[in-house]
Design a binder for this molecule. Structure first.
Ligand SMILES: Nc1nc2c(ncn2[C@@H]2O[C@H](COP(=O)(O)OP(=O)(O)O)[C@@H](O)[C@H]2O)c(=O)[nH]1
Ligand SMILES: [Mg+2]
Length: 288
């Protein structure tokens, strides 16, 4: 039996969350065109006859600008410490040298596989160049080129990882696919919709907390607080005559119903907590 932890690292937008979802075959992690969507480490567990791989999706590696960022980078560090194998994800169209510096700075103590992602966007020549560039690096055991979006050859990909995993007994039950709760995923789905529906800075100043989750006979009742930093942001979230928050509610509800396979009643409340992103107590309360 092979069992171990595989952590996915890389710059924002490299496609880490897309890859985790592709590997697990479920949408565990939210994905967006905007950077810094992922704030938490999320585990995705894959169990087979002779193996268990516990993948960790992590926030993109950045230089922290506020406390929330520091917490996000702490999640990266934790995932680094637990890892038996690191997947270093590169958007093949990104600056390779810059990625190399970041990987170098991780000071990995475990083997690493460089995963060149988004190969659907380049030609074979460019792909080959990138493969040669990264395979020469000290931290790199192997290079795998994929398109997480167009579909990965899961079986083949996983086999290659298993080869590099330690022997060991499984850490989780075979039927567990993640370490996160239903409430967590629901909050994340609402957050994803906020990234979709609102411009620029607003999603970054926002977090979501589920305050009530009650299963009734016919439906599930869910109440959520949307936390913003300023009164003006509350206005933007609500929209004229409450039109925006209504849209957010409807779209979130559809997504959550798909996820839970049950009818839900969803009510959203917008709350202003000044500078929550820099406040230890708030950050803790909101799960960071
Ligand atoms: N063309 C292309 N786009 C991708 C691929 N993988 C991810 N993306 C897109 O890149 C963006 C960032 O993806 P995400 O998984 O959120 O990146 P993360 O920040 O590293 O977690 C999203 O718009 C994805 O749809 C890929 O293989 N090809
Ligand atoms: Mg992500």
């Amino acid at each position: 039996m092979k069992a171990g932890f595989v952590s996915i690292f890389g710059k924002p937008n490299a496609g880490k969350s897309t890859l985790l979802n592709a590997l697990i075959g479920e949408k565990l992690a939210i994905v967006s065109k905007k950077v810094q969507t992922t704030r938490h480490r999320i585990k995705g567990i894959l169990t087979g006859k002779d193996h268990q791989i516990v993948f960790s999706d992590t926030p993109g590696i950045i230089r922290p600008k506020y406390k929330l960022h520091e917490k996000m980078m702490q999640e990266v560090k934790n995932a680094l410490e637990d890892a038996d194998l690191a997947l270093l994800l590169v958007d093949i169209k990104d600056d390779w040298n810059e990625c190399d510096k970041i990987f170098e700075a991780l000071h990995l103590k475990v083997p690493a596989v460089v995963v060149l992602n988004k190969i659907d966007l380049v030609d074979k020549v460019k792909q080959k160049e990138a493969e040669i560039f990264f395979s020469g690096k000290k931290y790199c055991r192997k290079v795998i080129s994929i398109s997480a979006l167009s579909g990965v050859n899961r079986k083949k990909f996983i086999r290659e990882l298993i080869d590099l995993m330690p022997e060991g007994e499984p850490f989780y039950h075979g039927d567990e696919i993640t370490d996160r709760s239903t409430r967590f995923f629901i909050a994340e789905m609402i957050r994803e919709k906020i990234y979709d529906l609102f411009e620029e800075e607003l999603p970054y100043q926002t977090t979501v907390m589920i305050t009530e989750f009650k299963e009734k006979k016919e439906l599930i009742k869910i109440l959520a607080d949307i936390i913003v930093q300023r009164e003006t942001q509350k206005g933007i979230l609500l929209g004229a005559g409450g039109s925006k928050i209504k849209k957010l509610g409807t779209e979130s509800r559809k997504e959550i119903e798909k996820f839970l396979g049950k009818k839900i009643f969803l009510e959203l409340f917008v709350k202003v907590k000044e500078k929550w992103r820099d406040n230890e107590l708030y950050l803790k309360e909101y799960g960071y």
